[in-house]
Design a protein around this ligand. Structure first.
Ligand SMILES: Cc1cc2nc3c(=O)[nH]c(=O)nc-3n(C[C@H](O)[C@H](O)[C@H](O)COP(=O)(O)OP(=O)(O)OC[C@H]3O[C@@H](n4cnc5c(N)ncnc54)[C@H](O)[C@@H]3O)c2cc1C
Length: 366
């Protein structure tokens, strides 16, 4: 049985930021991530980030990951376990880890505090033939193209005109792949209009109030049928269009990857504004279990910039709760929360703020 002060599950922007903050206060950290490389979503994001300047806006996601990893490497008190999945949380506060592609290495770890920063999983859509080869999530398309240099197909239909759908469409076009159309169920484009305009200028139509009805193909995707929908999201007969595509890319939202929080017995609540079931937490990112903290998309689908700030808050507070000294703790904690508040002052964060109000519980000192 291994032992550590703080186990951090997930090495994306939230987990990496939590590790740096807690390690700077001399906590012994074990950071576990299932990827071959650290960085979470960042390592496939070749575009320049939006968001706050203090949280690397204007820098490419892959560069942000490199900066965070360089910070991690400065600390000898951070143990890294990569290519390893945390598979369970047990009542004696032990977590189990399965490592390696063949899953032959099994480890048990007991931690005084745990920060869960597992991120999110992609949402699927119900439509006829949604299990045909050629149907991908947008994250998978990004991983194939931007990490491994493999194109997913030659002619893509993108479902979803939020920022992810728009950015991945642009990256497909940059890779020389045809994007036949972008389809959006809502009556308006959800992502930034600057991204949408760039794509429209390249000749890609964006159909709002439309959805994917059916996909045809024998061994893989060969054709898609899209249809206009009414306010109740019902197909409008006679509005169908057929598109000759070989790839369907789904960018229809993310859901917090909260399985470990359920297992740990944290109090959970369904919050549509945050993407699904999330754990109740106080302003220090502590859940209803005294030893468990959360940060990033698992706490509510948002952005890398807020994930990093939440990670810093969770890392700082988990370390201080162990009795580790932080000379200016109240001031630092207040500053981080203030930065997060400023970040969310953006009108696009209105929905997230509504969601957070519903899950915020009173913590010590509130
Ligand atoms: C196409 C796209 C564009 C985006 N653009 C921007 C942008 O411009 N600006 C911005 O601020 N944000 C952007 N985002 C959002 C941003 O990437 C996410 O909000 C951010 O990565 C969330 O960070 P995280 O650390 O919570 O999760 P993640 O980055 O998802 O990291 C979680 C990590 O935990 C690992 N993990 C999960 N479960 C386990 C387990 N059981 N055991 C071990 N490891 C586990 C995962 O594999 C992953 O490595 C974008 C997202 C996408 C998909």
């Amino acid at each position: 049985m291994r032992e550590t002060d703080i186990a951090i599950i997930g090495g994306g922007p939230a987990g990496l930021s939590a590790a740096v903050y807690a390690a700077s206060l001399r906590a012994k950290i074990t950071l576990i991530d299932d990827g071959l490389e650290l960085g979470g979503q960042l390592i496939k994001q070749t575009h320049k980030f939006f968001g706050s300047e203090a949280q690397f806006a204007g820098i490419r996601g892959i560069e942000i990951a490199k900066k965070l990893i360089q910070e991690i490497e400065k600390y000898k008190n951070i143990e890294l376990i990569t290519n390893a999945t945390v598979t369970g949380y047990y009542e004696d506060e032990v977590i189990t880890i399965v490592q390696g592609i063949d899953g032959k290495i099994f480890k048990k770890l007991k931690a005084k505090r745990i920060i869960i920063a597992t991120g999110a999983s992609e949402n699927m859509l119900p439509f006829v033939n949604n299990d045909l080869p050629g149907v991908y999530g947008a994250g998978a398309v990004q991983t194939l193209m931007n990490l491994y240099g493999v194109v997913p197909g030659n002619n893509v239909l993108m479902i979803g005109a939020g920022n992810i759908g728009l950015i991945v469409s642009y990256q497909l076009l940059q890779a020389g792949i045809k994007v036949a159309a972008i389809v959006e169920a809502l009556p308006r484009i959800g992502g930034y209009l600057v991204h949408a305009s760039k794509i429209r200028r390249l000749g890609v139509p964006i159909y709002t109030s439309h959805t994917l009805k059916e996909v045809y193909g024998t061994d893989c995707v060969e054709k898609a049928v899209i249809s206009e929908i009414n306010q109740n999201f019902e197909f409008i007969p006679g509005t169908e269009k057929e598109l000759e595509v070989d790839t369907i890319c789904l960018a229809v939202g993310l859901s917090p990857l909260s399985d470990l929080l359920w297992q740990a017995g944290c109090q959970m609540k369904y919050i549509p504004e945050l993407g699904g079931y999330v754990a109740l937490r106080d302003e220090n990112m502590k859940t209803t279990k005294d030893n468990i903290y959360i940060a990033g998309d698992v706490a509510g689908i948002e952005e890398a910039s807020s994930a990093m700030l939440e990670g810093q808050i969770a890392g700082l507070n988990a370390a201080v709760s162990l009795g580790l000294k932080c000379a200016n703790y109240p001031e630092q904690n207040r500053k981080l929360k203030e930065e997060l508040k400023e970040l969310r002052a953006n009108p696009l964060s209105k929905k997230v703020k509504v969601g957070i109000k519903k899950v915020l519980i009173k913590g010590e000192g509130d």
